[in-house]
Each structure stands twice: as structure tokens, then as C-alpha cells.
Design a protein around this ligand. Structure first.
Ligand code: NAD
Length: 504
């Protein structure tokens, strides 16, 4: 195989992605041919790139010489034949299987025998694009993220016939381009677009059952460390785009209910409420999401002796917070490590860390009326705002309805009321992200390390799914999923066999 070191690269498609890919390749020292079927588009892209590079020079990020050299390496070309010397083609044209297939068939007769053919497709099967090529083994997915110069992740996607050496060459090249490659098998959504589905889907499901407002759900997930809540993120991506990706993953999985799209999102799309770009989605723009108004809570009442239940990090922290805040008066809180639940017994009431069961379910099973469940806190101390969802059992006393949030506030959180939905917001979303990642690993799509890197670099998650799992526990995650499964019935919350096997 030809060495790709500074070899000529042909980028086909001079849109958002192609322009970014051309920039990155040229900055890494490759001569770049840029082609677009729209006349003048490649030259226009180069002009735009010149302005981008000027901006980088003005900010002191690159020198004027480097900018000029980068630009000089990019050659807009009027026809593909000019690029016969290319050792690598990266295609970034319209997301359409037929268009991509016919382009690559044409390219096989343009470039040399040893050139690598790569597609930046975000959703089409790499195996399917390669079908009909004379040498499908040299065809691979090279999936960049937008904006290409800033986003570090490249999913290197192997189809059924991709030669492992070709994938390795693209991985090495990605590193040389300053990127972090993660290898993926060609399956619907690859890694990031697949594992990310529950981040949107669980919030959309909660919205559909009117468990909370977008603002509250966003606040809870941001307090768990996500840069943007799912609602503001969907507004940014555009509901049409987000809905299309969900649909494509759903259809590509033969209608598996795990990936079923949401009526809530469909209505936004049908109504043209596409988010930021149309001026309105869940929120109205340019204002965007209003901050959750702060609610003042009185100091909690002493309702009897306080016992910290359970073992592990969260119970330990609760004990410390109760002691430091003197929330059990002058008495030190007692501790019951051997307990079926984590949380606080306060007199006859229980403040329980969610294990997936609803507060109402726990109250009925345990014969205790005053039960509240609270969401899984992921960050200590709580992230700014500290929003944490809670729900109170339907038959709880009026006093406990008031006291449950007062206790959470005294523990340092900003309590956010939610309908009594299983797994609340963060526990449910994180459990489903872990479950999806576990299935991806089970199916050989990626390794656990690959999944973690992909989610942190491709969509800026504060941690990877397997990092969350390491801090939680397989049994704990399975318990939340089992509760969701029992509550809602159906395929959506079925547990990944990978988790079952890991526990065994
Ligand atoms: P875009 O619409 O900005 O650009 C596509 C360009 O390809 C256009 O300039 C168009 O004229 C040209 N084109 C279309 N058909 C062509 C053909 N047959 N031959 C030559 N040129 C042709 O699109 P984009 O957002 O840059 O996306 C390009 C590809 O990258 C798609 O496959 C998309 O799924 C993928 N992708 C997009 C993103 C993103 O966030 N936009 C992220 C990752 C991957």
C-alpha cells in the first residue's frame, strides 16, 4: 500500500465537511485536490478557507506563513481526472447511497490501484457503499465530526470487506492529522450516533408523559456534567436532523423498539419548530433556555433520628453531609450499611436514592407512606445550580412533600420536582447510555475504551459510558434497567447481554 505520508489527497464535496477535511489535510502538509460537482463550489470553498485561516492568524493561532502554505496546497479542480495521483480519496458529498456508490465506481477508474477510498458518511453502511467496487477491500469509512478542524474524533469504520491494513493506515493518518481515531464496525449509527440515542430518547419519553418541563430536564442533566441539556442540544442540532438520525438508526435496526423515534419530536418537525435555526424549538431564540428560577427552601425539620442507609460512595457522602450540616441535630447520624437501599431514614420517612423503582412502588412494598426518591448525583460537590430530580410517593403526607425537597436543599442540591417516573432523569439516562454502549461492545462495534473516547471526543460527554459504569456498578445499572423494563414493558429497556455476562 502507498504510504500516506504527505501523499496527495482528493476531497470530493466542498461543503461544510469537505472544506474542513481539506483544511486539516493541507495543514498536515498534504497536497489537496478539492472537487465539487457544483461549478465554482470548490473555488468558493477555498476563498472561505482563506478567510478562516486569516482569522486564525489574527488570533495568533497559526503564523501567516503557515496559513499561506496551507492555502497553496489546496487546488480546486474542475474534473476528477486531474486528481489521478491521489493516494487517498475522502468523499464528503450528499448523504445518499446511490450517489456515493456511483462516485466511488467512477473514482476506481481515476485513481491508482493502491489508493485508499474513504467516505465521511455519517449513517450509510460502509459495506453497502463498497458493494460493486472492483476492490472493496480498499474502501473504508473515515467519519469526521463537525466542525472538522476542532473536533478530535475520527470514527474509522470497517465494512465486511475492508482490509484491516487499510483501516490501520487511516488510523495512523488520523493521528498524523492531530485526531483521535476510534475503530468501529459498520453498523447503524457507528459508535457516537448510536450510543447517543438515549440521551435524547429518555428526555423525549419523559416529556411525552409530561414528567417535567424541558427546562427542568436540561437543568438536571447539566448538573450531571453535560455541557448542554438534551432539549437545548436538540434545538442546536435541529430537530429535523436529529429526528432523521433517530429514524435512520430505527429503520436500519428493522424497527427495533429500543430506537423508536418520538412523537414529541415529530410534532416539532411537522410544525417547522426546528430549533435555533428556525427561531423556535423547545425554546425561543435568540433568548434560548431560561435559567431555572431558584427556589428558597426552609431549613428541614427534625423529624426524628436520622439513619444513613447503604454502603458505597453515595451513602458515605450523605453521611458526611448530614454530619457536617448538623442535620441530625447534636446526635451523629447512625449508619446501617447492610441495607437494601441507599439514602436517609428521617424519623418514619425515607429519602431514597433511585434504584429505578418509583417512590409509589417503594412506599407500597415497604408499607411506608412518606417516601421520596432522588436522582443519582454524578458530581460532588454538585455542579453549578446543583439541580437534582426527586419525586414523592402519591400518598405521602403534606409535611413530607415539603420536607423532602428541604432535606435535599440542606444536602446542597437544588431539588427539581418530577412526576414519579422510574429512574428519574440522570439515573435513567446514564443507565440507558451504558446499556447501549454495552450492546455496541457485545456486537463488536467498538471496544469499551473506544466507546468512552468516542463519546467524550465526538459529543463532549463529561465521561464515557464505561467510566460511569466503573463508578456505579453492573448490578446497580441492571436494577434501574430492570425497573424501567418492568414498569413500561416492551423491548426498549431490555438489558444488554454484555451486562448480564459481566455480572455473572
Ligand atoms: P454539504 O451539503 O455542506 O456539502 C455537500 C457538497 O457535496 C455540496 O457542495 C454538493 O454540491 C457536493 N456534492 C453533492 N453530490 C456530489 C457529487 N456526486 N459529486 C461531487 N460533489 C457533490 O454537506 P456536509 O454537511 O458537508 O455533508 C457531507 C457528508 O458528510 C455527508 O455524507 C454527511 O452525512 C457527512 N457528515 C456531515 C456532518 C455534518 O455535521 N454536517 C458530520 C459528519 C458527517
Amino acid at each position: 500500500m502507498t504510504s500516506l505520508n504527505n501523499a496527495p489527497v482528493l476531497v470530493v464535496g466542498a461543503g461544510i465537511m469537505g472544506t474542513g477535511i481539506a483544511q486539516v489535510a493541507a495543514q498536515a502538509g498534504h497536497p489537496v485536490f478539492l472537487f465539487d460537482m457544483r461549478e465554482g463550489a470548490a473555488a468558493q470553498a477555498k476563498t472561505k478557507l482563506a478567510a478562516t485561516l486569516d482569522g486564525l492568524v489574527a488570533k495568533g493561532k497559526i503564523t501567516a506563513e503557515a496559513a499561506a502554505a496551507t492555502l497553496a496546497r489546496i487546488e480546486p479542480i474542475p474534473s476528477l481526472d486531474v486528481a489521478a495521483s491521489a493516494a487517498l480519496v475522502v468523499e464528503a458529498i450528499v448523504e445518499n447511497l446511490d450517489a456515493k456508490r456511483s462516485l466511488f465506481r467512477q473514482l476506481e477508474s481515476v485513481v491508482g490501484e493502491t489508493a485508499i477510498l474513504a467516505s465521511n458518511t455519517s449513517s450509510i453502511s460502509v459495506t453497502a457503499i463498497a458493494n460493486g467496487l472492483q476492490r472493496p477491500e480498499r474502501f473504508v469509512g473515515m467519519h469526521f465530526f463537525n466542525p472538522v478542524p476542532q473536533m478530535k474524533l475520527v470514527e474509522v469504520v470497517s465494512g465486511l470487506q475492508t482490509d484491516a491494513a487499510v483501516a490501520r493506515a487511516i488510523e495512523a493518518l488520523s493521528v498524523a492529522w492531530g485526531k483521535v481515531p476510534v475503530h468501529a464496525r459498520s453498523t447503524p449509527g457507528f459508535i457516537v450516533n448510536r450510543i447517543a440515542r438515549p440521551y435524547y430518547a429518555e428526555t423525549l419519553a419523559l416529556l411525552q408523559e409530561q414528567a417535567a418541563t424541558p427546562q427542568r430536564l436540561d437543568a438536571c442533566l447539566k448538573a450531571a456534567g453535560f455541557r448542554m441539556g438534551p432539549c437545548e442540544l436538540m434545538d442546536l442540532i435541529g430537530h429535523d436532523t436529529n429526528f432523521a438520525v433517530t429514524n435512520s438508526v430505527f429503520e436500519a435496526n428493522f424497527g427495533d423498539k429500543r430506537y423508536v423515534p418520538s412523537l414529541v419530536q415529530r410534532e416539532l418537525v411537522d410544525g417547522g419548530l426546528l430549533g435555533r435555526k428556525s427561531g423556535r424549538g423547545f425554546y425561543t431564540y435568540p433568548e434560548g433556555a431560561p435559567a431555572l428560577p431558584a427556589t428558597a427552601h426552609e431549613a428541614p425539620l427534625a423529624m426524628g433520628p436520622v439513619t444513613v442507609h447503604g454502603d458505597g460512595e453515595i451513602a458515605d457522602r450523605l453521611e458526611r453531609l448530614v454530619t457536617q450540616g448538623r442535620l441530625s441535630g447534636d446526635a451523629t447520624p447512625s449508619r446501617q450499611r447492610q441495607s437494601a437501599w441507599v439514602g436517609l431514614a428521617i424519623g418514619g420517612a425515607r429519602l431514597v436514592l433511585t434504584d429505578g423503582r418509583t417512590a409509589g412502588d417503594i412506599a407500597a412494598r415497604e408499607g411506608v407512606a412518606d417516601v421520596a426518591v432522588f436522582d443519582r448525583p454524578l458530581l460532588w460537590p454538585a455542579a453549578p445550580g446543583g439541580a437534582l430530580a426527586y419525586a414523592v410517593a402519591p400518598r405521602a403526607s403534606a409535611t413530607w412533600r415539603q420536607q423532602a425537597p428541604a432535606w435535599l436543599a440542606a444536602l446542597g442540591f437544588a431539588p427539581v420536582p418530577l412526576a414519579d417516573a422510574p429512574g428519574l432523569v440522570v439515573a435513567r439516562t446514564i443507565a440507558m447510555l451504558i446499556n447501549e454502549a454495552a450492546d455496541a461492545v457485545l456486537q463488536g462495534v467498538c471496544t469499551p475504551e473506544g466507546a468512552d473516547a468516542a463519546m467524550k471526543l465526538g459529543v463532549n460527554y463529561p465521561a464515557g459510558p464505561f467510566e460511569w459504569l466503573a463508578r456505579w456498578s453492573v448490578a446497580g445499572v441492571m436494577q434501574v434497567l430492570e425497573s424501567l423494563d418492568a414498569y413500561y414493558r416492551g423491548e426498549r429497556y431490555r438489558i444488554s447481554p454484555w451486562l448480564r455476562r459481566t455480572l455473572a
